[in-house]
Write a protein that binds this ligand. Structure first.
Ligand code: SF4
Length: 431
């Protein structure tokens, strides 16, 4: 979501006639786009502002510094008083107001532009897209869930879906300029409901999946509680749908899930996994997990490990809980010691790494399609891409290899984090 917001900010600047500078230290205008989902990300912003202050003191640039994104929304005007280098703060619901903010700065004002006006336009034509074959498209803004650990409803506002027709138009334009994979984004993407027609996520996926020229359509992030009715079966039947599904479960303990206000139980989550795998046996699941949530006991944590072992996720993003401003959980008793949370996180990763290695090794000998992203490391003869299940696929470069190429790859080896293979014959490579 933040990557796409940065592209939106860049697109607005370009429309104003600005072009990218070599570095923020030599720029006339420097914008920091921020994340406040975890404490560490928010702290980084303050140290980056300190670096920019020093650069300006030494060389006079950057001339204008704007703070954008979720930290801007969260801390608003207080940031302006704490950081004199800041010319303005601009929340994620106000990207269209960037020209007005810059104009105010030109008039010598320092402005706080936050909040979520209902009439804010989403100007998809102004997004400064990369030339890459993978593109992101927002379909749902904000979130109504209020999980007790999460700052998103405060920083991204109430849930608002974009109109299906506008999304399909945007995806058609992306496919026409070479996009092969489109990922539809929302904090609770499976709560999508078109404001004009009432169409839901399966309808949207069917419409986007029918766009000529696309290889795969993906969507994230899904909330387990919104796979209602026949949505699992309908989604599973979408022809160009990738086989990667990200569905955070956060904790395997019902007591913790209740305190998190997650509105499902571990049994319901496991039932959802069974339904998904029955409808689409090749699906690769990934998830988010929080360890050390207030009150989490060793028994609760073992329930999380048990769920991970049962589901066997292809990927898992695990985090130690950190209290976020304004969230109910920040006031909960039973804070888990940092050392305990770190130790649990290590145990979680050990279990997950062993599972990933087994799952990846089971693919040795198979042929997979991969969308090539570029050299695995700068100047490397090894290139990397991703399969339709989002696994990293490493291949030796061949003459004419290029970003955005679709390759058929025979898998010859595997680590916990990547498949290693080689492209199988020129004729099998789709351009
Ligand atoms: S559903 Fe996701 S984005 Fe929304 S409050 Fe819960 S964790 Fe945050």
């Amino acid at each position: 979501m933040n990557v796409l917001d940065s592209q939106r900010l860049e697109g607005v600047l370009q429309e104003l006639g600005l072009s990218p500078a070599e570095s923020s230290e030599s720029a006339d205008v420097a914008l920091l786009n921020t994340c406040s989902v975890r404490e560490k990300a928010a702290q980084k912003v303050l140290s980056r502002l300190g670096e920019l202050r020093k650069a300006r003191a030494a060389g006079g640039k950057p001339g204008v510094v704007g703070l954008c994104g979720c930290v801007a929304e969260q801390d608003g005007a207080s940031l302006l008083s704490r950081s004199p280098i800041l010319s303005f703060v601009l929340g994620p619901g106000q990207i269209g107001q960037l020209p007005a903010a810059l104009q105010s700065v030109g008039e010598g004002k320092r402005v706080n532009v936050t909040g979520f006006p209902a009439d804010q336009e989403y100007e998809s034509h102004l997004i400064a897209r990369s030339a890459g074959a993978r593109q992101l498209v927002t379909v749902v803004h904000g979130c109504n869930q209020h999980c007790t650990f999460c700052v998103v409803p405060y920083t991204r506002g109430r849930e608002r879906s974009r109109a299906l027709a506008a999304i399909v138009t945007e995806v058609r334009a992306l496919a026409a300029r070479g996009a092969k994979e489109v990922t539809l984004l929302g904090q609770t993407v499976n709560a999508y409901r078109c404001p004009a027609s009432g169409a839901e996520l399966p309808d949207l996926l069917e419409a986007v999946g029918a766009v000529e020229g696309l290889w795969r359509v993906q969507f994230l992030t899904s909330h387990p509680a919104f796979f209602t009715g026949s949505s699992v079966e309908r989604i599973a039947a979408v022809p160009r749908l990738g086989s990667y599904l990200h569905i955070p479960f956060q904790s395997g303990s019902n007591a913790v899930l209740k305190r998190m206000h997650r509105s499902y139980t571990r049994e319901e989550y496991l039932d959802l996994v069974s339904r998904l795998r029955a409808a689409r046996p090749a699906v690769t699941l990934s998830t988010d997990v929080i360890v050390g949530f207030p009150g989490e006991t060793e028994e609760d944590f073992e329930a999380t490990l048990d769920l991970v072992s049962r589901v066997r996720f292809g990927q898992l993003y695990g985090f130690a809980y950190s209290p976020r401003p304004r969230t109910p959980a920040a006031r909960y008793a039973g804070r888990v010691a940092r050392a305990t949370a770190s130790e649990r996180l290590e145990r979680l990763f050990a279990v997950q790494t062993a599972i990933q290695l087994e799952l990846n090794q089971a693919l040795i000998g198979r042929r997979v399609e991969a969308l090539i992203d570029g050299p695995a490391r700068r100047g490397s003869q090894l290139w990397q891409g991703r399969g339709e299940d989002n696994r990293v696929v490493i291949v030796p470069a061949w003459d004419g290899i290029r970003e955005g190429q679709l390759a058929r790859v025979k898998i010859g080896g595997a680590t916990a984090h990547a498949l290693i293979g080689e492209a199988v014959g020129e004729a099998d490579r789709a351009a």
